[in-house]
Design a binder for this molecule. Structure first.
Ligand SMILES: O=C(O)CCC(=O)C(=O)O
Ligand SMILES: [Fe+2]
Length: 447
């Protein structure tokens, strides 16, 4: 690729700033509360029909050697199936929860101290779809971005697949920082629902790119259902529980194929976004890669995919600012690909001196990655993740996710080999100037 002129580089720098702004302003987590009818605070008249209130809920679980299910009604009232003794039975019937380090499941109470029931051994009368929770998450974490061009991204919907019940008990329950292991390449996040059971401590802390949000559920824990959802690539932790039992249902949030009669979440037209005007101005005029080229932008999020599904699945699961950028490129009529990018020995071959991009990053490795588990990770990566070189890309941004990619591989809530997170990049192919004609380009130039 010839060295692009300074004017083009100046525009690229502005574009990069705009992309960074988009990243800073996008959300990575959200949460809410559902009151329990007849418990705590004032009773609202419309309570029974409200989306934000629930009747008491029942949990059923099986125990070895018994033919009938155990039952617990929450919140605790002290009568029937809703007693401290029933709750104690639940705690006792849970098995210790492990966590994943590379391809191994590890039991280490200093890292995670919790009980668990697998999804096939319990049932509850609660479902997030009954309370508008999925719609709320969809609006924040999965906005629809559409345009009238042929290549638009179809509306996407979220479903919540029940994964586990966990009980974190005082005075020592906790789960140190980790990233949830992807269970499929369509998973974009996790939903945690905290059931009404009194506890203190146990804040859930969620982080993404230096931003932190904490969910403190303790003060309303006895009388409400509280929930939080976050993107899969967010690092999170549960601080130590001091007293009581923090009971959670966890769900995998999965992008489902769009249905015909689904109401879309709010739709943003990419052409209304400042990035669109900026890019349009750049590619519609001479001076921007006139001989053609490829613009490369590292994604702001890491994505779960397996090496064989990456090419197909990555565009479908794009999140937040990455989705915005992808849609803008698409609506300009450009060919866009989203591909995982692998580093080799701490070096991404993404140097672009004109944009002050070095390509080298300094991974901050977690203790679990450095110590005994590193070799198995290195082996898994080499064996399952072959790669090819893609030269001639004009990089607009630095790699974003290397530090996190190491974390992802190193410690999750479950072991993993075939499906992993990796740092992805969006590649937009800019045709040579004389080829920027035809229907879609006319549209672009005339607007
Ligand atoms: O209970 C929570 O708040 C989060 C649980 C969690 O991080 C997990 O199960 O992976
Ligand atoms: Fe987690």
């Amino acid at each position: 690729m010839l060295t692009p002129p300074e004017e083009f580089v100046g525009k690229c720098r502005k574009l990069r700033n705009r992309i960074e702004d988009e990243r800073k302003s996008s959300s990575f987590t959200c949460g809410g509360t559902i009151t329990i009818q007849g418990h705590g605070g004032e009773q609202k008249e419309a309570e029974e029909t409200s989306l934000h209130s629930s009747p008491s809920l029942n949990l059923f679980w099986k125990t070895a050697g018994k033919t009938s299910a155990e039952k617990l009604t929450l919140p605790i009232t002290g009568t029937g199936d809703s007693t401290a003794a029933r709750l104690q039975q639940l705690v006792q019937d849970c098995s210790p929860a492990t966590f994943g380090v590379g391809s191994k499941d590890i039991l280490d109470p200093d890292y995670r101290r919790a009980g668990k029931l697998d999804a096939d051994s319990f049932a509850s009368t609660f479902h997030p779809a009954d309370f508008g929770i999925l719609e709320s998450i969809q609006q924040v974490l999965l906005p629809s971005i559409s345009s009238d061009l042929e290549n638009r991204l179809p509306f996407r919907k979220l479903t919540a697949d029940l994964y586990k019940m966990n009980v974190y008990s005082g005075p020592a329950g906790l789960f140190r920082r980790h990233v949830d292991t992807p269970r499929s390449s369509k998973q974009i996040g996790s939903l945690v629902v905290c059931l009404p059971s009194e506890f203190s401590g146990g804040q859930l802390i969620v982080r993404h790119h230096g931003k932190t949000v904490s969910f403190d559920w303790s003060s309303s824990s006895g009388s409400t259902i509280q929930w939080a959802a976050f993107y899969s690539d967010c690092e999170h932790e549960i601080e130590q529980i001091s007293t009581g039992h923090r009971i959670t249902l966890t769900y995998n949030l999965v992008v489902s194929e769009p249905g015909y009669c689904d109401l879309p979440s709010p739709v943003v037209d990419p052409k209304s976004l400042p990035l669109y005007a900026m890019l349009k101005d750049m590619v519609a005029k001479p001076g921007a890669l006139d001989k053609g080229g490829v613009l490369g932008v590292f994604c702001s999020h890491a994505y779960a995919h397996s090496s064989t599904t990456a090419e197909h699945s990555l565009p479908q699961i794009l999140k937040g600012s990455d989705l915005v950028l992808y849609s803008v490129f698409k609506s300009l009529g450009l060919q866009v690909n989203v591909l995982p990018v692998r580093e080799a020995d701490g070096f991404y071959h993404t140097e672009n001196p004109q944009m002050d991009i070095g390509g080298r990053t300094h991974p901050k490795r977690d203790k679990y990655a450095i110590d005994e588990y590193e070799d198995s990770l290195g082996y898994a990566t080499k064996r399952y993740w072959p790669f090819y070189r893609l030269p001639g890309v004009f990089w607009l941004t630095e790699p974003k996710q290397e530090e996190m990619a190491f974390s992802y591989l190193a410690y999750g809530n479950e072991s993993s080999v075939e499906t992993m997170y990796s740092c992805a990049a969006i590649f937009a192919v800019i045709p040579p100037l004389e080829k920027r004609h035809g229907e879609k380009w006319k549209l672009l130039v005339q607007e």
